[in-house]
Design a protein around this ligand. Sequence first.
Ligand SMILES: [Zn+2]
Ligand SMILES: [Zn+2]
Length: 382
Amino acid sequence: MANKRDYYEVLGVEKGADDATIKKAYRQLAKKYHPDVNPGDKTAEDKFKEVNEAYQVLSNPEKRAQYDQFGPDGPQAGGFGGGGFGDFSGFGGGFGGFEDIFNMFTGGGFGGTGARRNGPVQGDDVRVDITISFEEAALGCEKEIKLVKDEECPTCHGSGAKPGTKVDTCPTCQGTGQERVVSSTPFGRIQNVRTCSRCRGTGKIITEPCDKCHGRGKLRVSKRHTVKVPAGVDNGQVLNIRGEGEPGEHGGAPGNLLIVVNVKRHPLFKRRDDDLYIDMPLTFTQAALGAKLDVPTLGKPVQYTFPEGTQPGQVFRLEGAGVQNLRNPARKGDLYVTVVVELPKKLTKQQKELLRQFEETATSSQYEKRKSFWDNLKDMFR
Ligand SMILES: [Zn+2]
Ligand SMILES: [Zn+2]
């Protein structure tokens, strides 16, 4: 339920807008983003869904009042289940104190009765984990995922009743979807309202269930889904694809598809936010003489000139050779190259001789650290 946009904002109207204004704004936007007008445009499709969701709430006086009071993350219509005292996690910050909660149970504090039980309920979110390579995360990719979820039964259109058969009003709850149960609590006897056990809150009794879904109104389907993973995504981030989760009930909006991205490690690169880090081995002659070397990046290697006298552990920054920012594609991180000077092992006789000759010609001023080390040592014993 998080990350919902403000419904008034979605429709581009003032908070106190009247019904005619809301309707007009909805019509204009629905026309603009309709899938028939924007074939294949995912952004338009998402907008269209968002606009519809907003209108569904703001065009219904009861839902709108509820929305105005609790905001987008407040209690959803029909969302009050079970009735135990431990079940408050989803209610958001709208309720002040215990009194409010108490009122809710006795049916006095919140809305009417019945109607909201069989009102629209948003579908559940569906979570899928994907694992992608380091490069795929940095550069973006498309991944095909397999999704097992419910879909509205096409035969009965979600009603669960065989087409053309009679649907009776539930005699236990008289169609309200709720039953009242009186129970004793430490606070006295209270009337507890809970989902009708006979019709499971639908308010209806199906006389002949649909053959295809056996009365469930939904079918379990396995679907392939191509997911566009944007460049710059990082390990553990979640892509939220609106409206692709489980279908809603009683005309509620569908849930979202949540894709949890796992990114594999890279053998050379490390990443922190948009910056990349790499250890670059140089031979001691390359470091001493300077060298033009190919530094690997996520794309083509970049030729970089390490200056004469490059030191072990020295860090060079290649601007813009990092990862593209997830939210702002114009921004790119940097690549930090840490020099690792490697000394040769198992020297030949001739190499050793050449190095000895070199050492004889070297002066103390050519070794800054060594010079200051011995100078400091001398001072200590003065
Ligand atoms: Zn069916
Ligand atoms: Zn019932």
